[in-house]
Design a protein around this ligand. Structure first.
Ligand code: HXC
Length: 267
């Protein structure tokens, strides 16, 4: 299931972490829906490979090497986008870092590293893009990536869970402050998305794949295109009245976890 080839026609979208995983999936869906895309990442080689594939689809693509922990780099993404296309209509703060380590063993620098990428990086993307999003003739869109684990607690990922909870709060605040500027701010909360670095690290490498699958009512990991379709919807005219939402795309995982009594006979 895909959207029409003009669902995002004329839009210019920045996707951080766009060289792979969910970010690259979003980039492909945006190109297919008619958007021009700017993909940013620390790794220029990954960006080049991704851009080649996107251009083969007919995409108008620009790459920017940047580390979202560095505000100057993020401003550079915005400047390159405006210099190249004259507009920036969508900012998707997708870049993230995460690894499993119990909180009692987590070094302060490990904590700081993930908070810097996930939470600070998301704020930097919003802050740097605000003026351009306000000028968007389509009504700007700012999307951040959260997770339902942020509010459940996330044993093994205290840093990422706290960062994502911070992101959810930030989006609520920005929704209140920036609605008057026509900017729709939302999060997408992916569940476990197969063949991504995150699922490999958090579940497969840690021997938790079967356990994780058993908690998903729909019975399978998601695909990057599932998240990409949610992003296309939010950024299209169809999503024009959606602001301040957490769009959960997780195969029902958060409900499966929340209602174990339904499947557990009383003793
Ligand atoms: C314990 C670790 C660690 C690990 C790094 N550290 N990996 N501690 N276990 N596996 C510690 C280091 O020892 C160091 O602390 C500090 O973290 C910084 O590590 P660096 O390697 O110097 O950082 P850097 O090179 O900047 O790499 C950033 C990174 C890396 C986050 C650590 O993993 C990365 O770049 N990842 C990007 C890709 C990624 O993570 N994708 C997954 C996103 S998935 P000390 O004290 O030694 O100096 C996601 C959601 C998943 O976010 C959802 C699943 C459902």
């Amino acid at each position: 299931m895909t959207f029409s080839t003009d669902a995002l026609a004329g839009r210019v979208a920045v996707i951080t972490g766009g060289g792979g995983g969910i970010g690259f999936g979003i980039a492909k869906a945006f190109v297919a829906a008619g958007a021009k895309v700017v993909i940013a990442s620390r790794n220029q080689e990954r960006l080049d490979t991704a851009a080649t594939e996107l251009r083969a689809m007919g995409g108008d693509v620009t790459t920017v090497q940047a580390d979202v922990r560095n505000y100057d780099d993020v401003e550079g993404i915005v400047k390159t986008t405006l210099d190249t296309y004259g507009a920036l209509d969508v900012m998707i703060a997708n870049a993230a870092g995460n690894f499993v380590v119990p909180a009692a063993e987590m070094s302060p620098n490990a904590w700081k590293t993930v908070i810097d990428i996930d939470l600070n990086g998301t704020f930097y993307c919003a802050r740097a893009a605000h003026g351009a999003l306000k000028d968007s003739k389509f009504g700007g869109r700012f999307i951040a990536i959260s997770t339902t684990r942020a509010l459940e607690g996330w044993p093994g990922c205290a840093h990422a869970g706290a960062a994502k909870a911070g992101i959810m709060s930030l989006i609520r605040t920005l929704t209140g402050e920036w609605g008057k500027d026509g900017i729709r701010c939302n999060t997408i909360a992916p569940g476990a998305i197969g063949d991504t670095e995150g699922v490999k690290r958090i579940y497969e490498d840690a021997g938790r794949k079967a356990n994780e699958l058993s908690s998903i009512p729909l019975g399978e990991f998601g695909k990057t295109v599932d998240i990409a379709n949610a992003a296309v919807f939010l950024c299209s005219d169809a999503g024009a009245y959606v602001a301040g939402a957490d769009l959960v795309v997780d195969g029902g995982r958060n409900r499966g976890r929340a209602s174990p009594i339904v499947n557990t006979p009383a003793k």
